[in-house]
Ligand binder design. Structure first.
Ligand code: AMP
Ligand code: ZN
Length: 115
């Protein structure tokens, strides 16, 4: 989508600090980190949110959850002590960027519930 900032990050039209990339996915540091480690994992293709995923996105969704997030957590050294994965969805979910993204937060204790 032409005016989507995360599509522009995926296309390298906007700079980001990448920690991981493959043919389906990009992960980069959040601009306003809420924890010592705060990375966003996005699909390269534009999907608005979790509820916009379709049957044909099964491989993509599984890849993100099974392969990419655990690998990033390991690589960034937060897997052992634990981390939080969040996908804000829609307005009540607090989603401000309408391109599916998974926050991966670690390096400190995460309180529950969030605000
Ligand atoms: P959400 O509120 O779940 O939609 O999260 C959007 C996240 O994107 C926020 O944590 C922002 O800090 C982050 N963000 C927005 N623009 C950028 C950018 N250009 N590079 C990195 N992170 C960004
Ligand atoms: Zn997009």
């Amino acid at each position: 989508m032409s005016d989507c900032i995360f599509c522009k990050i995926a296309a390298k039209e906007i700079p980001s600090t990448r920690v991981y990339e493959d043919d389906m996915v990009v992960a980069f540091h959040d601009l306003e980190p809420q924890a010592p480690v705060h990375v966003l994992v996005i699909p390269k293709k534009h999907v608005e949110s979790l509820v916009a995923l379709r049957q044909e996105d099964r491989e993509l969704a599984a890849h993100i959850l099974i392969d990419v997030i655990p690998k990033i957590a390991n690589d960034l050294g937060i897997a052992e002590e634990g981390f939080r994965t969040v996908a804000n969805t829609g307005d009540n979910g607090g989603q401000t960027v309408k391109h599916l993204h998974f926050h991966v937060l670690g390096g400190r204790f995460m309180k529950w519930p969030p605000g």
